[in-house]
Design a protein around this ligand. Structure first.
Ligand code: URA
Length: 250
C-alpha cells in the first residue's frame, strides 16, 4: 500500500502565520486580488494551498513558508552553545542527531542550519537551553531591557558567607565597573543554591560566586522567563515545546 501525505492549509491561515498581516488584513488582500498561488489569483480565504510546494505571491513578493520551531534541550556538559565549530561538538550537532533519530528533519521542513540557541551556556554548564529559528523571540528574551529572569542551580566548592544574599540583592562588583543587577539567592544547603539573575554577562554566575569567595563546581539552568526545564528530559535530550510553553515565552 502507498500512503500519500498531502500537506495543505487554508491560504488565510498561511498568510497570517507568515506574518503578512492579521486575519482581517489578509482577507482584505485576498479580496483585492493581491494574492496569487501558482499564478492564479486567489480571493477565497478558505482555499487550501500546499505550503511546501505552491508558489505564493502577495503584492508582487514571493513568500516562502517557514514555520517557527521551538525546542527545549537539557544541555549536557562538554557541548558548545554554538551553531557550529570546527573542532568541538555543538548544541546544533546534537539537535541534528536527535532530529535524525526521531526522523523529524523532513517533517518540520526547517533546515537545522536556521536554528540557533537562545543565549549561551558555558561548555560545562548543563540544563535548559532553548533552540529556535524565531529571531524576534530570541531578541526579546536576550534584550537587557527586558530583564528576563534566568534561574540556576549552583553547587560551590565551599560555603559562602551569610551576607551573600544581601550582596547579590544589592548588586555586586564582578570586575566590570558596573554592578550586577539585583539577583535572588536561595540557600538550599551549605554549598547548594538557586540563583536568579536578569542579565546575561559573560560567566556571570561563576563570577558572582567568585566575588563572595567560592568557586562554582556545578551549574544547571532550570528556568528562563516562564519556561521551566522539564526534569523528565534526560541530559542530552531535546523535545519540542508545547504550545502552552511557547506562550509562556511571549
Ligand atoms: N553564568 C555562568 O557563569 N555560566 C553559564 O553558563 C551561565 C551563566
Amino acid at each position: 500500500m502507498i500512503y500519500v501525505i498531502i500537506m495543505s492549509m487554508r491560504i488565510d491561515r498561511l498568510l497570517c502565520e507568515m506574518n503578512i498581516g492579521s486575519r482581517s488584513q489578509v482577507k482584505e488582500l485576498l479580496k483585492k486580488g493581491l494574492v496569487t498561488v501558482n499564478g492564479t489569483v486567489i480571493k477565497k480565504a478558505d482555499t487550501n494551498v500546499n505550503e511546501h510546494s505552491d508558489v505564493i505571491i502577495c503584492e508582487g513578493r514571493r513568500y516562502m513558508y517557514q514555520p517557527f520551531v521551538y525546542y527545549m534541550m537539557n544541555k549536557p556538559a562538554g557541548i558548545l552553545s554554538a551553531t557550529r565549530d570546527a573542532h568541538q561538538r555543538t548544541v546544533l550537532d546534537l539537535l541534528s542527531e536527535e532530529l535524525k533519530k526521531q526522523n523529524q528533519g523532513d517533517l518540520t521542513g526547517i533546515p537545522v542550519k536556521d536554528i540557533f540557541p537562545v543565549g549561551r551556556l558555558d561548555k560545562d554548564t548543563v540544563g535548559l537551553l532553548l533552540l529556535t529559528n524565531d529571531g524576534e523571540l530570541a531578541h526579546r528574551l536576550l534584550s537587557p531591557k527586558k530583564h528576563v529572569a534566568k534561574k540556576y542551580y549552583v553547587k560551590t566548592d565551599c560555603p559562602i558567607g551569610e551576607k551573600a544574599a544581601d550582596l547579590f540583592a544589592g548588586g555586586i562588583d564582578i570586575g566590570e565597573g558596573q554592578l550586577t543587577k539585583p539577583a535572588v539567592l536561595e540557600r538550599l544547603g551549605s554549598r547548594e543554591f538557586n540563583l536568579t539573575i536578569t542579565e546575561g554577562r559573560f560567566h556571570q554566575v561563576k563570577r558572582m560566586f567568585q566575588a563572595v569567595g567560592a568557586s562554582v563546581i556545578y551549574l544547571k539552568r532550570i528556568s528562563m522567563g516562564g519556561l521551566i526545564l522539564d526534569e523528565t528530559l534526560p541530559e542530552g535530550h531535546i523535545r519540542e515545546l508545547s504550545k502552552e510553553e511557547v506562550l509562556l515565552l511571549c
